[in-house]
Ligand binder design. Sequence first.
Ligand code: SF4
Ligand code: SF4
Length: 300
Amino acid sequence: MSMDRREFIKAAGKLAVLMGLGRGAAASVAEAMAQMASGQAPVLWLQGQSCSGCSVSLLNSAPLSPATFLTKYISLKFHQTLSTATGDMAVNAANVTIEKGGFVLVVEGAVPAGMPEACIFGHEPFTQQLERAASKASAILTVGTCSSFGGIPAAENNPTGSVSAIDYLQKKGIQKPMVRIPGCPPHPDWVVGSVVHLLKFGMPELTETLAPKMFFGTALHDHCPRFADYERQNFARTFGEKGCLFKLGCQGPVTKADCTRRRWNEKTNDCIACGAGCIGCAAPHFAKRSDFAFYPRNNT
Ligand code: SF4
Ligand code: SF4
């Protein structure tokens, strides 16, 4: 996958900005990228109870095209959705990587702790495969809210006893550097930025929930373009109206993520700008009814 010098510096500049390092850091990011390209860091991507949406979101990454990112800068050893191999060949590809160890393990999807047979890879329950891989990994990144906090598979009354990958591994006594990248799906910048940071600059600074501070350090509400409306109590009463979306259930005050500043689809739009409000997809309480007491649900 070739990239000319100009494109390379441009991509490094964009990456530096998305990692919160500023354009001034473009040269060191470019240097880090060049090192990564020469030594291609191994990454193993496993999927449990997931819809694959997190992978699809990554395929929208803009600073580095996904193909460039996945083929030039990291050595993606295995990824279920992207794998061209099937059957025994696919299972072997994952197993050979696990045996070798020393890779960054990316986990997408929750873990059916109470019903291991609900998620099988080859002939092995995902719970077992995850434990094997985690014990040989150099670091673990959970991508998406399901693997980070349980998400939709762990919603009340789910029959699989689903939990987040980090909770599962910690309960099993596996101690490795772990980073949560929540979101349903996570923004591609969050994934690319965290992987690059981990591989070339080491562990990013983390929040109390183990999410990178550069992306999840503050509540959406604090940087919301509708914040002045909130302060003036100028609330929208129905969707489509101008004003703060708090009375329509916006979860911005209790969701830490930078969506209102970063925006989505190459800064085309975001949940609050389009008037939908934030449903808290990157928050630990996402899809958990008991924690939705905050949800105002009234138009008064
Ligand atoms: S729209 Fe949501 S995030 Fe923005 S100010 Fe209102 S409550 Fe806060
Ligand atoms: S604004 Fe809220 S619901 Fe939308 S992507 Fe960000 S965290 Fe998720």
